[in-house]
Write a protein that binds this ligand. Structure first.
Ligand SMILES: [Mg+2]
Length: 355
């Protein structure tokens, strides 16, 4: 089998996230954009991957279509480690984190889809086998910045059956509004997106949210690669700390773990090197006694691949699902039902994207 074409296909859809002002309000997102990566072969098997995402999509598409696609033509897709290693070495000086690694992540996912389809097996079978038929999803609420809207949408997520909820709020009145709107046994995750300028502010915030059944505080400080500072917040803060969505490689994840920075590591399959990297990262996380809960606020093959990854995980962890209704979801079957997403058993990723 040989690769005959590699194509980046930008997809964009409008969305509703429970804010009457719409995405034009305090949110930087105007649409949900992502890059589908289509890899075709000479025996008629097509694989799908996804490269991160949002406003960077046109750039990643150009990198994929003009730089990386020509290097894949004629290659044998079954040799995933060999091909991915050659591509990484060839393009490493154009960026170890960013458009190049996002595009490579998409190719890796597509190669795994091809391998599973060629074997006539669902992807999870190649990842060690399915340990559950459905994976719990956590509602990842976008930022509202308004206690009333936060409370309304938290209550809506609870009513839809979610049993874990993440906020992207930084104001305590908004976080308290969410806590009041959800039964206390439902844990909250608090994503700060690196907003606090230093350890002191982050530790103070962690103290303020203690006792609120918070599973983790995510990316507490700027910059995200200051692992020593994050480790200090972890030691002083008294709540669980999560980070890792900005990691571009296995080596970067290793450094984060070695620094003792996190309780939960959150690599993103469309950014960090795809399924191959995620498998290695899980091995390292287990070695360090740290949980791995992937970052996946996207809706394409990356979300689907993350579902297979979690279905095959020894320890059950939730799938991040952006709390937004898309006008045209690439995979309608991935919309959680009663807080769970069913794991498909058809060969490969199990679904073809609706384009
Ligand atoms: Mg985050």
């Amino acid at each position: 089998m040989r690769i005959t074409s590699v194509t980046g296909i930008p997809v964009s859809t409008s969305f509703d996230y429970g804010n009457p002002a719409g995405p034009g309000g305090n949110l930087h997102l105007r649409a949900m954009d992502t890059l589908l990566v289509k890899v075709e072969t000479d025996i008629g098997i097509t694989g799908w991957g996804e490269g991160f995402g949002f406003s960077l999509v046109p750039i990643t598409a150009q990198v994929l279509n003009t730089l990386i696609a020509p290097a894949c033509l004629g290659e044998e897709p079954h040799d995933i480690p060999g091909l991915m290693s050659r591509l990484a070495r060839r393009f490493h000086n154009f960026g170890l984190n960013g458009a190049v690694s996002f595009a490579l992540s998409g190719i890796d996912i597509a190669l795994w889809d091809i391998a599973a389809k060629a074997a006539g097996q669902p992807l999870h079978a190649l990842l060690g086998g399915k340990r559950r038929d459905r994976v719990p999803a956590y509602a990842s609420l976008l930022r509202y910045g308004d206690p009333k809207l936060v409370a309304e949408n938290t209550a809506r997520a609870v009513a839809l059956g979610y049993r874990q909820i993440k906020l992207h709020e930084v104001r305590l009145d908004c976080i308290r509004a969410a806590r009041a709107a959800a039964p206390v046994e439902i844990p909250l995750m608090l994503d700060i997106n690196c907003a606090w300028p230093g350890v002191a502010q982050a530790v103070e915030f962690c103290g303020d949210v203690q006792g609120m059944n918070v599973r983790w505080v995510e990316e507490p400080i700027w910059p995200p690669e200051d692992f020593a500072a994050i480790a200090e917040v972890r030691r002083e803060g008294g709540v669980g700390i999560a980070a890792g969505e900005c990691l571009g490689s296995v080596a970067a994840l290793k450094a984060m773990l070695q620094a003792g920075a996190v309780d939960v590591v959150q690599p993103s399959i469309t950014k960090c090197g795809g399924i191959s990297a995620m498998l290695e990262m899980r091995r390292l996380a287990v070695q360090h006694g740290v949980a791995l809960v992937p970052h996946c606020p996207y809706f394409g093959p990356g979300l689907l691949a993350t579902l297979h990854f979690l279905a095959a995980a020894e320890v059950e962890e939730p799938l991040e699902y952006y709390f937004a209704e898309l006008a045209r979801p690439p995979y309608p079957a991935l919309i959680p039902r009663q807080g769970f997403v069913a794991v498909p058993d058809a060969p490969g990723l199990g679904y073809e994207p609706a384009l």
